[in-house]
Design a protein. Structure first.
Length: 123
């Protein structure tokens, strides 16, 4: 599982940023893993500013984060939870939905306050 998570992080970084000379010669500076009957935790740091940490429990729930510096020099950090409900990332760099227009919000509230009566057939 650890090898998969580390590999997934590195693939995500390279896919997001493209590779550079630093990536080709990157070295693992720190890799700590701990696996036991209650779950796992690990930390990965590389010489090209990739950092990942994660912890998981015996039920398969995982929470963690990964971060790197983009080719434009922007610090990218994503925190996440992966559980029975799926993968839930959170980051300032992830796209977000535009706000719901005020007229639509008012319409939704009106509809909640004035539910439509069910029609009976044949009468």
């Amino acid at each position: 599982m650890f090898k998969f998570l580390i590999f997934a992080t590195l693939v995500a970084y390279v896919a997001a940023s493209g590779s550079s000379a630093d990536d080709v010669h990157a070295e693992v500076k720190q890799l700590k893993t701990n696996v036991n009957e209650h779950g796992f935790d690990f930390v990965l740091d590389t010489s090209n500013s990739i950092h990942e940490d994660a912890a998981g429990d015996e039920h398969g729930n995982i929470h963690g984060s990964y971060e790197y510096v983009s080719p434009e020099g922007e610090h990218i950090k994503v925190t996440y939870v992966a559980d029975e409900g799926g993968y839930h990332p959170d980051s300032a760099v992830l796209p977000t939905s535009p706000p719901i227009p005020e007229a639509i919000l008012k319409s939704i509230e009106y509809n909640k306050a004035h539910p439509q009566k069910e029609e009976t057939k044949g009468h």
